[in-house]
Design a protein around this ligand. Sequence first.
Ligand SMILES: Nc1ncnc2[nH]cnc12
Ligand SMILES: [Zn+2]
Length: 334
Amino acid sequence: MPRTSPLPKAELHLHIEGTLEPELAFTLAARNGIALPYPTTQALRQAYSFTDLQSFLDLYYALMAVLRTERDFADLMAAYLERAAEQGVRHAEIFFDPQAHTARGVPIGTVIDGLAGALEKEGGRHGISGGLIMCFLRDEPAESALETFEAARPYFGVITGIGLDSAEVGHPPAAFREVYERAAAAGLRRVAHAGEEGPPAYVREALDVLGVERIDHGIRSLEDPELVARLVREQVPLTVCPLSNVRLRCVSSLAAHPLPRMLAEGLRVTVNSDDPAYFGGYADDNFAAVRAALPLTGEDERTLARNSFLAAFLDHDEPRRARLLAEVEAYDVG
Ligand SMILES: Nc1ncnc2[nH]cnc12
Ligand SMILES: [Zn+2]
């Protein structure tokens, strides 16, 4: 029986800047009088062929040049939420990279007001709850993260938590201990990318030194059985991004993706889209891709969706979490 609507899910690993589709990039470039080094959207899309994380990040940061005004950030968020609603996303905790914008002279308030305003207005229209997670660039100095954190303090009312992203290898988490301590003291939630390209030791360090509550990616944890046992014991959520892992060559093919093994180990794994404009798919596209390529059952898919709501920072609204979990249980996985 064909599915009439996508499986309800939470998106817990999505960089809003990674939702910038070529068409919107050209629209914003024209609006802001910026010349893009590509003649057409098609030519831009053809540049989306990556050899590793850094080759992607180079293009990802370059294209952000088109984001300048509060309206630009609001339009980006609105476009994402429209897609997310079509993909069964009911709750979205959305990363943004403030330093990538402030470094270009865009005030942090412009970024946050644009994103938070559209998340509230358009999220409400689509029935999507959510929050913003402010990420620090781990290949920038820890002092820059601290300055950014303090600059964002007036906006903490609309910020759910902090994260750590960008080039991983050679940038272990421990350097960011202080900003994570300040975030904890301010009542913000804490996550970090770890074990995407970097070793299992970075996952352990993120847990032990930064006190993170979820690990973004975490796929390389599987190389360390003791770490796996701990992640299972503590039910630490891992926000896995299958299409991203293949496009950034962290995994050789979807068929070789460790997701089934992660589920079999009893890890609290979720499926997410990371930078969907660049990697070929939004949340449900990732579910469809793993369903097609991997030996997953309908009940495995239900587990992934259930995990997404269990791992969501919905503690302030447990009745909503319970309703969303009930929707997952009632869904016909076929
Ligand atoms: N997959 C990823 N890893 C690290 N930093 C990122 N920033 C955007 N996408 C990222
Ligand atoms: Zn990411």
